[in-house]
Write a protein that binds this ligand. Sequence first.
Ligand code: SAM
Length: 350
Amino acid sequence: MQTEHVVHVADARAAVADLDTDSVDLVVTSPPYPMVEMWDASFTAQDPAIGEALDANEGDRAFDLMHDLLDDVWRQLPRVVRPGGIVVVNVGPATRNLDGFQQYPNQEAVTRRLREHGLQSLPNVLWRKPTNSAAKFMGSGMLPTNAYPTLEHEYLLVFRNGGTRSFPPGDDRRYESAYFWEERNEWFSDLWELTGERQALSGDAAEARDRSGAFPLDLPLRLVRMFSVYGDTVLDPFWGTGTTSLAALAAGRSSVGVERDPDLVAAFDERVADAPALSTDLARERLERHREFVADRRADGDEPGYDAEHYEFPVVTTQERRIRLYETTAVRRTAASDERRRYVADHEPV
Ligand SMILES: C[S@@+](CC[C@H](N)C(=O)[O-])C[C@H]1O[C@@H](n2cnc3c(N)ncnc32)[C@H](O)[C@@H]1O
């Protein structure tokens, strides 16, 4: 199996307009968060009216203008995403003291706009991020009534483009892409705790991650496995350091990314070099966890009822019988400009 990974250094508002209709099977993205200070300069560079609103302490106006900017990307998704395709937007609320301290509910603004464009809202996931210690409490110390709960979670807002996606009966790609019963039980919970950082980064890549507000690799990885099949194309229009593409690559899906900051894109070659070893670890880890699950069940006198076709272990349901995990065996960057990078990856069954 081969997958393709394309990264455009461009403004997503224009680049997504150039993508073919129905060319994307899944969107996983995390936009710059409106009203979070680290993104003020980026928003203002793209719309100077945003900087003027911030300077005038007009928080509500700045908030709306920032969401208007993101909306120029959101409004294009119903066309580029295939019918039945899933869109997942990672976003968190912002708190800010401009015209008085308040929370700016980004999750509500994004949901409202995507629904206005005809996407259907599905159950969301809350994921808990690590917050660093002492400075985390906001407000009036030990005295009522003017303190605030700490924001330690973000949203994964889930949408679908039209009705459910249909597959040919018994479709190989779909059945090979199955997840284990015990993975289903964990992944399809609406509360995730993702604390560890899987890929240790150093040098340019680490610097890029800090500057981009990258999400942990486990987040897009899990979403890709939940909402796409092998060979699908995953789009991230606010690509940052390319965590979504790395997850797609490791999981045997193709990807398209758009990022306006060329320095972030430049650091991707380093991450890609690690992708084959990473994908092997990830696949082996899933198999190992399943074997441990089977051993625990057996210890309880409860043998899973079906044999997996490609492995020596049993599985709990017939839907898992054809499950097959792939590792990335090679990735090469093909000739393309710095504005449009392209990588091709080979994948083999584990
Ligand atoms: C929250 S970060 C994404 C982080 C990413 N999930 C990761 O793991 O690295 C949002 C990214 O969107 C980019 N961005 C902002 N406006 C953009 C636009 N109009 N077109 C393309 N990228 C944009 C920013 O430069 C930033 O890297």
